[in-house]
Design a protein around this ligand. Structure first.
Ligand code: SF4
Length: 254
């Protein structure tokens, strides 16, 4: 399991029995650092990068492996955030060691940092070589609306999705459905059309907007701008699932 020069990373927290971030039961690592500012973010306390002490990837893997018996055939480790690609060397160190142990690895990312510029592109490809599945958040298909929602346009995200399709890396697409923000038919139909151009999609998931993280915004003293927006009801969710044809996808088959 020993790696040459494993890179330590800033970790916000871990979850032992994650059931929503990839297939099966998963050990989920939430990393620090995110350049996005999604208006619905429920982890704004992960935004700052260099917070707390660094974590050694080998020690983190050792901790995760204590729960291995619960993973059965399709569980494993997911790295989420924050934005994990802000610490691409650390995630590579962790996943490389995990793959040496035969562990399934999933990367949950916004894709916003994607670029073919070096040295990032080579590092990303190294990381993808030890990543079984990418959970990619597509937050809004319209770039201007994406910017209003996250402070960033979506060009890099869509380009990353296309690249993952080009190299055949399995992905799950996730879309947080926010009433009045990204639930209109035209946007969902356009998003569906984009997804249908990709060849590597195993699953499309709609995640209902929720307000569980609002207290964290208050604690940070940052104004929460979705005040008064309610989670989508069952009818809206069913309609969005229909427009995104989520039943077309088989899910994780490995
Ligand atoms: S990408 Fe994730 S962590 Fe970053 S602001 Fe958006 S929801 Fe929050």
């Amino acid at each position: 399991m020993a790696l040459c020069k494993p890179t330590p990373g800033f970790v916000h927290s871990t979850e032992t029995f994650g059931l929503v971030d990839g297939p099966g039961v998963r050990f989920v690592v939430f990393t620090q650092g995110c350049p996005m500012r999604c208006r619905y973010c429920h982890n704004p306390d992960t935004w700052a990068l260099n917070v707390g002490q660094t974590t050694d990837p080998d020690e983190l893997l050792e901790k995760a492996l204590r729960y291995r018996t619960y993973w059965k055939e399709n569980g494993g480790i997911t790295v989420s955030g924050g934005e994990p690609l802000m610490q691409v060397d650390f995630v590579y160190s962790l996943f490389k060691a995990a793959k040496a142990e035969g562990v399934n690895t999933a990367l949950d990312t916004s894709g916003i940092l994607f670029t073919r510029d070096e040295p990032f592109f080579s590092k990303l490809n190294e990381l993808l070589s030890v990543t079984d599945l990418v959970l990619l958040d597509l937050k809004h298909i319209d770039s201007a609306a994406h910017k209003k929602l996250t402070l960033h346009e979506n060009g890099a995200v869509l380009e990353f999705a296309r690249y993952l399709s080009e190299i055949g890396k399995p992905i799950w697409i996730r879309h947080v459905l926010v009433p009045g923000v990204n639930d209109d038919d035209a946007s969902l139909i356009k998003l569906d059309a984009f997804i249908s151009t990709l060849t590597n999609v195993q699953r499309v998931e709609i995640l209902p907007y929720h307000t569980l993280g609002v207290h964290k915004w208050e604690a940070l003293g940052v104004p929460y701008t979705l005040e008064g927006v309610n989670p989508p009801d069952a009818e809206l969710l069913a309609h969005a699932n229909e427009l995104l044809h989520t039943d077309r996808y088989d899910g994780y088959l490995k």
